[in-house]
Design a protein around this ligand. Structure first.
Ligand SMILES: NC(=O)c1ccc[n+]([C@@H]2O[C@H](COP(=O)([O-])OP(=O)(O)OC[C@H]3O[C@@H](n4cnc5c(N)ncnc54)[C@H](O)[C@@H]3O)[C@@H](O)[C@H]2O)c1
Length: 329
């Protein structure tokens, strides 16, 4: 008490002498802490390169997959089908999700619910989400996977398709989070998965709207993850997935210049890697592995050198032979 009063009675010059000393001490202590933890976390990451991470059980979880009517969405549902989860499958394509439901049941899944939902429409997402909460319960693993691509040069892309791309690939994530995050936050339990793209990390010639939608999806997912950490909700895990081209038909016709270095990915492989990333609480999943290296280079190389390497890797011509789904169908 006496000490407190004497501090309160300090004049300005006394305070001015002590504050810098305290802040210098804080600076050294904080810097020391960061240095020690940096070494610890680096060693931990190095060891984890050789020792596979422990997988968490997802039995009993309710897994919602958007865009589950084909491609990676369907294959992820198949991966989950033997894990004792309740599956909630959304797609705009009714036949597609019915077929996925049939396939997952054939593999042993018992609790499977299908909902037709156009993820480009906020009201529809809210309506179907409410229906899910009433009929199935709270979603605990949310996988935002539905996606579309126009595959046209920016000036040739019709406005409506550009908007739809942003609505499905980005805005739908906002509305599904708003629908299902409150229950996860209340229990401090859940997992948010964003199936983005390597095109969300690096611009691609001929994919302006798609890249913009995926950059935004990544920025959104990263920021909400930080908000959750900040409020102590560390029981809600997050995974951001950034694959290069996958052989699902979405990017039919696209090619890679050096397939050994940056291969077109096989859909089964990608689905397995995503489910594994969820089970091991992996925050970022870049596929193939060379993408980690390329991303590192992008951020440190001089611009001209970056462009030279991009050209060498074929980045200017990935989309030259794009056919995609829409044209094929
Ligand atoms: N295929 C690739 O090369 C590739 C590469 C990187 C990232 N991705 C991303 O992976 C995800 C899955 O892609 P995929 O390759 O399995 O493609 P896909 O076309 O096989 O699957 C996409 C699914 O989303 C559904 N969908 C489309 N619009 C919808 C809407 N408005 N509402 C609800 N559902 C809708 C489709 O019906 C389809 O079932 C997408 O987000 C895609 O952007 C794909």
């Amino acid at each position: 008490m006496v000490r407190q009063q004497s501090v309160r009675n300090w004049n300005l010059s006394q305070v001015a002498r002590v504050v810098p000393r305290i802040s210098t001490m804080n600076f050294f202590l904080e810097t020391l802490r960061v240095l020690v933890l940096s070494i610890y976390y680096s060693l931990e990451a190095f060891v984890k390169l050789f020792i596979p991470s422990r997988k968490k059980s997802v039995a009993g979880e309710t897994v919602l997959i958007t865009g589950a009517g084909s491609g990676i969405g369907r294959l992820m549902a198949l991966e989950f089908s033997t894990m004792g989860v309740t599956l909630v499958l959304w797609d705009i394509n009714e036949e597609g999700i019915k077929e996925t439901a049939r396939l997952v049941k054939e593999k042993g899944a018992t609790d499977v619910y299908t909902y037709v939902c156009d993820c480009s429409k906020r009201d529809e997402i809210y309506k179907v989400a409410d229906q899910v909460k009433r009929e199935v319960g709270d979603v605990t693993i949310l996988i935002n996977n539905a996606g579309i691509v126009t595959g046209k040069k920016f000036m040739d892309a019709p406005d409506g398709l550009v908007e739809k791309t942003i609505d499905v690939n980005t805005m739908a994530h906002f509305w599904t989070y708003k629908s299902f995050l409150p229950a996860m936050t209340a229990r401090n339990h859940g997992h948010l998965v964003s199936v983005a793209s390597s095109a969300g990390l690096i611009g691609v010639n001929g994919l302006a709207d798609y890249c913009a939608s995926k950059f935004a999806a990544i920025g959104f997912a990263e920021s909400v993850a930080l908000e959750l950490l900040d409020i102590g909700k560390d029981g809600i895990k997050t995974t951001i997935v950034c694959p290069f081209f996958i052989n699902t038909g979405m990017f039919e016709g696209c090619n890679t210049k050096w397939p050994r270095m940056i291969p077109i990915l096989e859909p089964h492989y990608v689905a397995k890697k995503i489910v594994n990333a969820i089970q091991t609480d992996q925050v970022y999943l870049l596929l193939p592995k060379s993408m980690y290296f390329i991303m590192g280079l992008k951020n440190i190389l001089p611009t001209k050198l970056g462009l030279l390497l991009g050209d060498y890797l074929g980045a200017f011509h990935f989309m030259d032979a794009f056919k995609g789904r829409m044209k094929k169908d």
